[in-house]
Design a binder for this molecule. Structure first.
Ligand code: AKG
Length: 292
């Protein structure tokens, strides 16, 4: 659904001001999207998965490991598709305020796409280069939205997400380098002058959601603190927005309607999208591409 049509519907959980800010800036932090009860369940589910990773020695399609990972010292970059591996994550994605937030930003009929749980381990937890998400998973419109939930407090030292306000509006950057390697990375020299003034730190207490428009330029710094920074990222779109390339993180819930009803017609934004490599043979995660 195009934003002009989304705006014809009243919001469920966001204020009109918050929605206007998202439309203008392309990113937003909303506190209290998960209450204490959800946080307790989600943190337990996360701990179960961290424990399951202790026996893993190489990254696979479930865990992306960070250097130094071992049975006694788990260090993860990502749990891919948490909704596939623990039912609490799917309950949260489909039955909590997270899906209501998505409905306020992509229209009343909301479809689930995929999820990931990104960690930043204390004293390390890699930097994430500036990038735009949608070329990795193009859809027929730009309604897809990521609702990222901080499972613990996130301060400036822990490497919060950073967004560049308003960067979802101009034509998009290429996610390939000049030799046509997919890098999912925008070199800082390619950003418009004065971009630093528009950087916003998307941080907040546990239970806050960081909401990212699929075109907005974002990234994050390394974790300089001695606290972990887990963020649960759920991607939704309006029901009439159709993905047309393989999902890099395939999962049994792709296409599930989590609010409203299924679409009868597809929605098409006239602005085309750069295409990613073919992920159907497997996806290694963004860090490997960015390190090129
Ligand atoms: O985990 C992070 O810090 C950044 C995540 C991100 O930008 C992404 O998954 O697209």
């Amino acid at each position: 659904m195009l934003m002009e049509d989304v705006l014809k519907h009243p919001t469920r959980v966001l204020s009109n001001r918050q929605r206007e800010q998202f439309v203008e800036e392309g990113c937003l932090v909303v506190e209290d999207v998960a209450d204490e009860k959800w946080l307790k369940r989600l943190n337990q589910a996360m701990q179960d998965m961290v424990d399951a990773s202790r026996e893993i020695t190489e990254s696979d399609d479930r865990f992306i490991l960070e250097e130094g990972h071992g049975p006694e010292t788990p260090r993860l970059r990502r749990l891919s598709s948490p909704v596939t591996h623990h039912e609490t994550f799917w309950e949260f994605a489909s039955q909590s305020k997270s899906a209501d937030v998505a409905a306020d930003l992509c229209g009343p009929d909301v479809k689930f796409y995929h999820s990931k749980l990104n960690f930043k381990w204390p004293k390390g937890g890699h930097k994430f280069d500036w990038h735009q998400d949608i070329p990795a998973w193009p859809h027929t419109d730009y309604s897809p939205v990521t609702v990222g939930l901080y499972l613990d407090d996130c301060t400036s030292e822990q490497g919060p997400l950073l967004g560049i306000r308003g960067s979802h509006k101009p034509p998009m950057h290429s996610m390939y380098d000049k030799d046509r390697n997919w890098t999912l990375r925008i070199p800082e020299e390619d950003l418009p002058s004065g971009w630093q003034d528009d950087v916003v730190e998307l941080k907040g207490p546990a239970g806050s959601a960081v909401i990212i428009n699929c075109r907005v330029i974002h990234g994050s710094a390394a974790n300089a603190s001695d606290r972990m920074r887990p963020i649960l990222l759920n991607v939704y779109s309006s029901a009439d927005s159709m993905p047309y390339m393989a999902n890099p993180i395939p999962n049994p819930y792709e296409g599930a309607i989590v609010r409203g009803k299924p679409a009868r017609f597809s929605c098409h934004d006239p602005r085309g999208c750069e295409l990613p490599p073919d992920w159907s043979g497997g996806y290694v995660g963004p860090w490997q591409h960015q390190s090129r």
